[in-house]
Design a protein around this ligand. Structure first.
Ligand SMILES: *Cc1c(COP(=O)(O)O)cnc(C)c1O
Length: 444
């Protein structure tokens, strides 16, 4: 038996090919994977009596390390044409904002310390003022995400009470966030009214009794009803509800851009006089993951004092990033432009030029395709905007081609549409155009 000829793990770890992964995976994890592969190899030698080949062994180990390292959290190139892509980390945070926030985050901060009187302070600090200035609303509070915001609102105001929701708004958003389930989980009782396509003011009013805590209006997010359908105007609803019934809106997207079809702005709801609105910080706001609750002080106050607030409160990074982002936004600094607003207002020539920049390397193999891009993030399904994508013509099957894109470093995430692999330049950052271009020149 020649098993002793197998290179020892310690020595393998220091070979150039394997040592490359120390920084990526950590030394102990590389050692663990290497050991497992050596054990495997040893078994193979015993069972099949093959000659020991160190290069083959190293190759096998490197494959296993590669597989592991593709699971690490890393930058990818979004070529899907969906700006806020829930699977790709939603909103990219502007570099400037990240750098400015790092000053606060990497040192100690006054997160819960009042510098005016030297006493314990409030996490919301100045952010509360900035949020009011940006969105409107008397008061506000921040939680970890919008699902947490919904849960906290229901738990605080509707435990053991009835919550009226239109049948057309009992939606499921993305991975398992279902309105009826979150209601049940928080101890509220769902009272559904209207029909899938039509809910009237009367439907709401007739369902109200003394145990009604609130009317919950949910943004339909990822779908819409076409044809014969009707929802109640929010101004009307706000005006007609009796004193003891709160009006809460799960706005979801955080949209502040006027004129997007089927997508009211957060400010619209606040102006209508709703009691509370909640939204995500990392959809159309373009900030860190957070749930932002805005509205009347008398309702924000009990939320901030609820024991569950301790469970849902974000870390300092979130407060710092959001505060910096919104200050730049309020000052119209281009460093913090709303990326969605910038992209949906580009003329179609801009889209075409961008696509041509890439396709020019081989126009016959990279034809331009007129198509639509989406804002995404479970928002604005009705708002689809014209753009140009690039199709990759190849003998390779679309599924194998899309995988090849994914295996690139950094991974390029394209889409397969009508049996073609498409690259959407619209969602690429400028510096990524070159990366994609280089990849395609090699491919062709
Ligand atoms: C996205 C969304 C949610 C969930 O928000 P998260 O921030 O992902 O927790 C809830 N409600 C609506 C209407 C949404 O669009």
């Amino acid at each position: 038996m020649q098993l002793s000829q197998i290179t020892p793990v310690e020595k393998l770890l220091n070979t150039k090919e394997i040592a490359f992964y120390h920084d990526i995976l950590s030394r102990p994890l590389v050692a663990e994977i290497t050991k497992a592969e050596v054990t495997h190899y040893r078994q193979k030698v015993i069972e099949q009596g093959i000659a020991i080949d160190t290069n083959e062994l190293i190759h096998t180990i490197v494959l296993a390390l590669k597989k592991q390292s593709s699971q690490r959290l890393q930058r990818v190139i979004n070529a899907t044409g969906i700006i806020v892509h829930t699977n790709l980390g939603r909103s990219p945070i502007p570099q400037t904002i990240w750098q400015e926030a790092s000053e606060t985050v990497c040192g100690y901060s006054n997160l819960e310390f009042n510098l005016n009187n030297g006493k314990r302070g409030n996490r919301m600090g100045m952010l509360s003022k900035i949020l009011s200035t940006y969105f409107g609303g008397e008061s506000n509070i921040l939680v970890n995400n919008n699902a947490a915001a919904m849960h906290l609102i229901l738990k605080t105001f509707a435990q053991g009470k009835e919550v009226i929701v239109s049948r057309g708004e009992q939606v499921q958003i993305g991975g398992g966030f279902r309105i009826p389930e979150i209601l049940e989980e928080s101890g509220a009782v769902l009272r559904d009214v209207g029909t899938t396509n039509i809910t009237t003011l009367d439907d709401y009013l007739k369902a109200i009794n003394e145990n009604t805590a609130m009317v919950l209006v949910v943004h339909q997010s990822n779908y819409y009803i076409e044809g014969f359908s009707q929802r109640v105007d929010i101004n009307l609803l706000a005006a007609k509800l009796p004193e003891h019934v709160m009006l809460v809106v799960d706005q979801g997207s955080g949209n502040q851009i006027a004129g997007i079809p089927g997508e009211p702005t957060v400010a619209n709801y606040l102006k209508a006089g709703v009691d509370l609105v909640c939204l995500s910080g990392d959809k159309m706001v373009g900030g860190p993951q957070a749930g932002i609750i805005l509205g009347k002080q008398q309702f924000i106050e009990p939320l901030s004092k609820h024991p569950m607030m301790r469970v849902f409160r974000p870390g300092k990074e979130t407060y710092a990033l959001l505060e910096k982002l919104l200050i730049h936004r309020l000052n119209h600094d281009c460093a913090a432009n709303n990326r969605i607003e910038t992209l949906i207002t580009q003329p179609i020539e801009w889209h075409q030029e961008r696509a041509q920049q890439i396709a020019s390397i081989a126009p016959e193999k990279l034809p331009l395709v007129a198509t639509k891009f989406l804002i995404g993030g479970g928002t604005t399904p009705r708002a689809q905007y014209d753009t140009w994508a690039i199709a990759i013509l190849s003998d390779e099957s679309p599924s194998s081609l899309i995988k090849r894109l994914r295996n690139h470093n950094p991974p390029i995430i394209g889409v397969v549409q009508q049996d073609q692999v498409l690259i959407y330049p619209i969602t690429l950052f400028d510096e990524e155009l070159t990366i994609v271009k280089e990849f395609l020149s090699e491919l062709i």
